[in-house]
Design a protein around this ligand. Structure first.
Ligand code: AR6
Length: 173
């Protein structure tokens, strides 16, 4: 079974087969981790995103698409769209689960052995960090128990609060 690692820092620096981007449905870039990935990875990533948009018109919430990693140390970027958090009664938990799961499935389809995730939806999209961390950890643990391709998942936390939450959750197992 695959392993889970926890690090605190900037996901654009991570050497993995793929890093995940917390994108939006337009796939045309934005702030937060999305902005950082496009800045560090260069224009090739956006070129691939444009091709995907021409083909399928963006990426729905909870879905994922894959592009080159451009100049990043990672070979691929998997762009997923987490939910904007409102009341919590609009299917946000399920959509966040889908964002993680569809990213992992796409990784396995592309022979990705190591993949790094940021804390999707917990910035500009305001998903409560504790709830988001629990969904992320459970989705990854369940996936790793049933697949042979993905060997390592790295959770990359940027802020102290997320890092502590993941430390606690991962220590429980
Ligand atoms: N490395 C790792 N994590 C980071 C980095 C980084 N370089 N920079 C920020 N984070 P956010 P969202 C963390 O807002 O909530 C964009 O405009 C950050 O601390 O990037 O899913 C998109 O285009 C937070 O914990 O993504 C969308 O419109 C986490 O990444 C929208 O934001 C996610 O925060 C998506 O919002």
């Amino acid at each position: 079974m695959g392993t889970i690692e926890l690090v605190q820092g900037d996901i654009t620096k991570i050497k993995a087969d793929a890093i995940v981007n917390a994108a939006n449905t337009s796939l045309m870039g934005g702030g937060g981790v999305d902005g950082a990935i496009h800045r560090a990875g260069g224009p090739e990533i956006l070129e691939d995103c444009r091709k995907i948009v021409a083909r399928q018109g963006g990426c729905k919430t909870g879905q994922a698409v894959i592009t080159t990693g451009g100049k990043l140390p990672a070979k691929y970027v998997i762009h997923t769209v987490g939910p904007v958090y409102n009341s919590g009664k609009r299917g946000e938990d399920e959509l966040l689960h889908s964002a993680y799961l569809n990213s992992l499935k796409l990784a396995a389809e592309n022979d990705v052995h190591t993949i790094a995730f940021p804390n999707i939806s917990t910035g500009i999209y305001h998903f409560p960090k504790d709830k988001a961390a629990a969904i992320a950890v459970k989705t990854v643990q369940d996936f790793l128990a049933h697949n042979d391709v993905v060997e390592k998942v790295i959770f990359v936390c940027f802020d102290d609060e997320n890092f502590s939450l993941y430390q606690e959750l991962l220590a429980q197992k």
